[in-house]
Design a protein around this ligand. Structure first.
Ligand code: ADP
Length: 435
């Protein structure tokens, strides 16, 4: 405000001085014009100084002036200082961000929605073999060429990570997850999972080997127990109950080992055999077996099956999955209950359902049923000869056939287990796809 008044007084004073001088020499207008020209020249001089300062950058010294020009110079100086401080802070922030992302054990790459690389951290550089500045602006799928990664990026469906060998060292395995964010940006998170896969492989091999090793001694023990039990001598009469219990336990262990081996087989082999599986015939046999399993408990077991509907896959695996579901229905349905088995097809594929009027399952257990050894009631499961692995086997078999398991259940009302298979797995005898 002071500069404002100072400048006004300067102009008024200059004009008055010019008028007085002009009046004395008898040419007030000419003097006023000369004073105005002098004021304009002084302003142009200050403007030139300002331009020189602005062009000269921070190295040039800020010119000193009074009045409005002085105020303009001061304001400019203050703003420049503020900007300099902000720039410094932003630089420090970026440096700290760079340091922290470089220290991360996981790789990070930022791309646009076309996969054009904008930025990456140190770990990504070593895992993907990226070099700055050569690779900035390149499409990521032109640099990382593994077919699995390229089709994952092209598909644009990022709900699950993709796993493939590292481009710089094929003995290492990478897992890449893409997270879309902000304005059409993508964040690629890269993890080296070589160690995890190796440990997982070791765990699988260990379970498979130990199950395999247990199988032979178990068969021998079961054989001897059976011989002793059926021998018509004093020993059998005396130890009858004990031998019976021994047989039950060795049967349980045999089922456990068999289920563990089945799971290990499912995990080991890549894809199921692509045979034509006559599901209706398979279900006929399982229906008869279910009747035998029910024994004297009088379950009413109904089978409704489309005789023309076949599947492409592994017969042994499908038989094992369907058998597990039917066996569970018999085990967990009290005597006299109803069990219905259905096999049908529609536009969404083929479906296998087992419905029972049994004990049912409380909602909180349903999401965990396919975990290994997860049982709602361990005691009841053991009593019925269950291993706790049946539904894990079902889940694996379905995954390998591109299918999924649906479970609906209410305590004391019964359960419904449905296996859904995709249309590409379905073959129909009616349409001549199967001889
Ligand atoms: P298990 O060998 O113990 O039957 P599963 O993996 O086949 O193991 O099943 C896991 C658990 O799910 C069972 O222990 C049981 O508690 C529950 N379950 C499975 N099927 C049924 C069913 N039809 N009705 C009620 N509970 C069931």
């Amino acid at each position: 405000m002071a500069a404002h008044w100072f400048e006004l007084w300067r102009i008024v004073g200059l004009a008055l001085l010019a008028l007085v001088l002009g009046w004395m020499v008898g040419a007030p207008l000419v003097c006023l014009l000369i004073a105005a020209a002098a004021y304009i020249a002084w302003s142009l001089f200050n403007l030139r100084r300002l331009l020189r300062y602005l062009r000269g950058g921070e190295a040039t010294e800020l010119p000193a002036a009074s009045g409005w020009w002085g105020e303009a110079f001061d304001e400019l100086y203050r703003q420049q200082r503020r900007n300099r401080r902000r720039r410094q802070r932003a630089r420090e922030l970026i440096n700290r961000f760079r340091e922290s992302t470089d220290a991360m054990p996981d790789g990070t790459v930022v791309t646009d929605d076309e996969g054009v690389i904008q930025w990456w951290n140190q770990t990504a550089a070593s895992l993907f073999g990226l070099h700055a500045p050569r690779d900035t602006g390149q499409r990521i799928s032109n640099l990382v060429r593994h077919p699995r990664f390229v089709s994952y990026m092209d598909r644009g469906e990022f709900s699950r990570p993709v796993v493939f060998p590292a481009p710089v060292d094929s003995s290492r395995s990478l897992s890449v997850t893409v997270v879309p964010y902000g304005n059409q940006q993508r964040l690629l998170m890269i993890r080296d999972i070589t160690r995890e896969l190796r440990l997982e492989g070791m765990r699988r091999d260990f379970v498979a080997n130990i199950s395999h090793e247990l199988r032979t001694p178990l068969t021998v023990i079961a054989g001897f127990v059976e011989t002793l039990r059926t021998a018509e001598d004093e020993c059998a009469a005396r130890w009858g109950r004990t031998l019976e219990l021994m047989q039950q336990q060795s049967d349980r262990m045999t089922s456990l080992v068999e289920d563990l081996l089945t799971l290990a087989r499912l995990e080991h082999s890549e894809a199921p055999a692509e045979a034509i599986v006559p599901v209706p015939d398979l279900l006929e046999a399982l229906h008869r077996e279910a009747g035998a399993l029910s024994g004297g408990r009088g379950h009413r077991i109904a089978l409704e099956s489309d005789p023309n509907l076949y599947l492409r896959g592994a017969a042994r695996e499908l038989d094992s999955a369907f058998k597990n579901l039917i066996t569970n229905a018999v085990h967990y349905t009290p005597a006299g209950g109803e069990i219905s088995i259905r096999w049908w097809g529609d536009a969404e594929g083929a479906h296998f359902a087992v419905k029972d009027s049994g004990i049912g399952i409380a909602a909180q257990h349903i999401p965990r049923l396919t975990e290994r050894f997860y049982r709602v009631e361990a005691g009841r499961s053991r009593e019925s000869g269950g291993t706790g692995l049946g539904l894990a086997i079902v889940k694996h078999v379905l995954m390998r056939h591109g299918g999924r398991l649906e479970i609906q259940s209410r305590p004391r009302e019964g359960s419904l287990f449905v296996c859904h298979f995709p249309p590409e797995r379905v073959l129909s005898r009616e349409h001549g796809l199967v001889s």
